[in-house]
Write a protein that binds this ligand. Structure first.
Ligand SMILES: Nc1nc2c(ncn2[C@@H]2O[C@H](COP(=O)(O)OP(=O)(O)OP(=O)(O)O)[C@@H](O)[C@H]2O)c(=O)[nH]1
Ligand SMILES: [Mg+2]
Length: 784
């Protein structure tokens, strides 16, 4: 697919870009941009490309001309669908920036990006503060232990933006207890604008480097060092007299340093010695502070906060500088796997298909160096792979290179079997460890795919296979002669359909769209059936597998690797997924494969099994039979036990939803949600402190955090004005709703709100349904 756009890339905009950056891993920064949908990740990426001189003119999401959103589906919709990784040279650093999608339906892309980066820039739309998917991506970063993060409060130019409320929302939603603003916004250099509550951002104060950046209509900003004493500020001519920020400058630097000193003994001593609190400790220089800031960022004691406007290229240089100065390099994080002289170890974190280039495997090198000559072994699948080319990819443009050093990210062509999440090593002196896999989020919707004619069946199946290789969150199966494709939501399935047609020229119709239901284990006492008998070479062979099976308790979190089941070995440790066993030929790996097979379809309803707790207490290893009998035995025995247990509870996917409407339509919208099985959690007028947490905990305390005054962002007010008529308060409704009743919600909300309502949804997990609803579902799937 990428190739189709090669001709659309606008070479005039692309300047010469030297990639001969030294191969020094301590200078690499592998970084993902992650955030809620529409917070400006792609716009910031474009601004980074412009600022770092890769582009001579920035494209725009709104006209469909950005570098990273290059798929037609992305340009048409103005949203990012697949993550794009771009190398950026900035000063003497080499960044690999991965622009990810914000829509929860493409959560897989954030999963895989989180898996391979050492740092993330998390964006906040400062009109909205922390949103549902901000917390979603934050959890993903936690899950993959992304060690360093930086916040960027974006869109400060918008009316209603608030630096203070956005900062507070980080603590209200418990993202981090110690956010630390390194820069302050200057809304305007004209004090009148503050008085008139005129929104905007024209400058930034860098509290660490003690300088002011001005964007006053010129293409490039100007930088102005700040004087060391309050008296000299006026003389410096940076601000007009009576500018409200003047009295605030020195005290905010004091707050920054004193808060940082709480984590840094030597800095504390220096501050005590400096005794220059009244003058903002301006004798303590940036060169002294930065190493302490870096250390506190890497140990996650603080969360650095920057701000600006990606659309106006305000603050982009500072993002780049602080990513380089504060976020982890591959050397900071690979403690046990060490570097260049070790054997090659890589993770395939993404696989894409290109009509001209064939399979493209995105890799990150965790140790050693990949050369074009290296013959590699896919440890996960036990298959040899041959590299034909190594590329650095600039969104849709590629540059060929000879090698990829330790710590870097690039693309390998020629691999035939590799899938997302596989570990790749060199056939010579292979590295010991396998890398943790990437787990696709659970599918919540399916659609049946009906090939146009009999001869289309095979191409359609092949296309589905290829697509699920590039996007592991797309699952497909044949069920009772029907092809079903499962995905993460309605938009995801729509894109899947597009891609099957456009990228693989598959010819098919789409049948009914359905929510993906799950079944739990039944509660009837099971006979402890544990033996499967087969015949090998005319001889009867008994294979025994002792399983302990029960429903998972409410407080036991399901394992995403096992689609919400909990599967343990005899020692109580979770079993890896069958695809990622450290040793694919071990007997337990065969047992795991069998279990996974049986769990994919209930003997009662053929729904996938979830929320079931299984312990493999023991099994017999037969020397006289191939190990694959363990798979057949495990599948047979588990299916038998599930049947014995009787039909289990049926579960359906629920969504977190936030609906924004005007005060007048609020009542109608709430009533409609309740009628459709929803549970309303909160009605907020201020999105910053309202939230989706049903488990809402208290906000982090403001102790030791510098909270700037509200007037710093003029016009900040929770009131948003309706398009028609007089002022009317916009309200947000937060609720949990069954996905099955929300498939037509766009139309429903349009009717309820006269076209003025907006909503966003993201999956929150599966919930057991009532007996009446169970009957409905069984009817829907033809089982009652
Ligand atoms: N006013 C203003 N608008 C912005 C700014 N940054 C982005 N936008 C607008 O916000 C919208 C979304 O921007 P994108 O860059 O596509 O956001 P994204 O985070 O990449 O969105 P997804 O990839 O779909 O999650 C576009 O209309 C942008 O023009 C900003 O700093 N100020
Ligand atoms: Mg985007």
């Amino acid at each position: 697919m990428l190739a189709r756009f090669a001709s659309q890339v606008i070479p005039r905009r692309v300047r010469n870009y030297a990639t001969s950056v030294a191969n020094d891993p301590s200078k690499f920064r592998n970084i993902a941009l992650v955030a809620h949908i529409d917070s400006g990740k792609t716009t910031l990426t474009e601004s980074v490309l412009l600022t770092s001189n890769y582009l001579s003119a920035a494209g725009s999401v709104d006209t469909g001309s950005t570098t990273t959103d290059f798929l037609p589906a992305e340009r048409e919709r103005g949203i990012t669908i697949q993550s794009a990784s771009i190398p950026v040279k900035w000063k003497d650093w080499r960044f690999n920036l991965i622009d990810t999608p914000g829509h929860a339906d493409f959560g897989m892309e954030v999963e895989s990006a989180s898996r391979v980066v050492d740092g993330a820039v998390v964006l906040i739309d400062s009109v909205e503060g922390v949103e549902a998917q901000t917390k979603g991506v934050w959890k993903q970063l936690d899950r993959y232990k992304v060690p360093t993060r930086l916040m960027f409060l974006n869109k400060l130019d918008r009316p209603g933006a608030s630096f203070k409320s956005s900062l507070l929302s980080l603590m209200a939603h418990r993202l981090h207890p110690k956010p630390m603003p390194l820069t302050l916004p200057i809304a305007s250099f004209n004090p009148e604008d503050y008085r008139r509550a005129e929104p905007g951002v024209e400058g930034l104060v860098d509290l660490v480097k003690w300088e002011v950046w001005k964007w006053d209509g010129q293409e490039k900003p100007t930088r102005h060092p700040l004087p060391e004493s309050p008296e000299s500020i006026l003389a410096s001519g940076i601000f007009p007299e009576s500018h409200p920020i003047i009295p605030h400058l020195f005290s905010s630097r004091v707050a920054l340093l004193e808060n940082l000193a709480m984590f840094t003994e030597p800095l504390m001593e220096q501050l005590l010695e400096a005794d220059s609190a009244e003058t903002g400790y301006t004798d303590v220089k940036a060169a002294t502070i930065l190493p302490y800031l870096r250390k506190a960022t890497i140990s996650n004691e603080i969360l650095p906060v920057l701000c600006g406007s990606a659309m106006k290229n305000i603050g982009t240089e500072l993002v780049l500088d602080y990513v380089g100065e504060l976020l982890a390099s591959p050397k900071d994080v690979s403690i046990d796997i060490q570097p260049a002289d070790k054997p090659l170890l890589m993770l395939a974190w993404k696989v894409a298909w290109d009509k001209r280039k064939g399979w493209m495997t995105f890799v990150r090198v965790y140790s050693g160096t990949l050369n074009r000559q290296t013959v590699i072994m896919n440890k996960t699948r036990g298959q040899k792979e041959r590299v034909s080319k190594i590329l650095l990819l600039y969104a849709s443009q590629a540059e060929e290179v000879d090698s990829l050093p330790f710590g870097s990210v690039g693309v390998v062509l020629g691999l035939k079997f590799t899938r997302t999440g596989d570990t790749l090593v060199s056939t010579r002196g292979s590295a010991e460890s396998s890398l943790p896999e990437i787990i696709p989020p659970p599918a919540v919707m399916s659609a049946s795919i009906i090939p146009q004619s009999h001869s289309d069946l095979e191409p359609v199946q092949e296309a589905l296979e290829a697509l699920s290789r590039t996007d592991p969150s797309v699952r497909h199966e044949a069920q009772e002669g029907q092809l079903l494709v499962h995905g993460l939501g309605a938009l995801h399935l729509e894109i899947v359909e597009d891609r099957l047609r456009n990228e693989w020229n598959a010819r098919f119709e789409v049948g009914q769209r359905r929510v993906s239901y799950r079944e739990g284990v039944g509660s009837e006492a099971q006979v402890s059936f544990d033996t499967w008998t087969t015949e090998i070479g005319g001889k009867k062979v008994d294979v025994k597998i002792d399983l302990e099976i029960r429903p998972a308790q409410e407080d036991e979190p399901g394992d995403p690797i096992w689609d919400g089941n909990i599967v343990l070995a005899a020692d109580g440790k979770p079993l890896p997924s069958p695809d990622s066993f450290p040793d694919a030929d071990s007997p337990l790996a065969f047992v795991a494969r069998g279990l996974s097979n049986a769990l994919s379809s209930s003997p009662h309803t053929s729904l996938a099994i979830s929320r079931t707790h299984i312990t493999v207490k023991g099994f017999s290893e037969r020397k006289d039979a191939p190990p694959s009998v363990l798979s057949s035995a495990a599948a047979f025995i588990l299916r038998h036990r599930l049947r014995d247990a009787g039909p289990g509870p049926v579960m359906e996917p629920y969504m977190d939803i936030k609906v924004s409407v005007t005060e007048e339509t609020l009542g109608k919208v709430v009533r409609d949600l309740t009628e459709h099985g929803g549970e309303v959690l909160d009605l907020g007028s201020n999105t910053v402190t309202g939230g989706l947490d049903s488990d809402s905990l208290e906000a982090y305390s403001e102790d030791g955090v510098y909270v700037p005054p509200e007037w710093l962002s003029p016009s900040s007010t929770p009131v948003k004005f309706s398009v028609k008529g007089g002022p009317s308060l916009r309200r947000s409704v937060y609720a949990i709703v069954p996905l099955s009743r929300m498939l037509d919600y766009s139309t429903r909300l349009r009717a309820l709100s006269g076209g003025h309502g907006t909503f966003e949804m993201s999956a929150t997990g599966f919930k057991e349904v009532s007996p009446a609803r169970r009957l409905e579902i069984l009817k829907e799937i033809g089982r009652a």
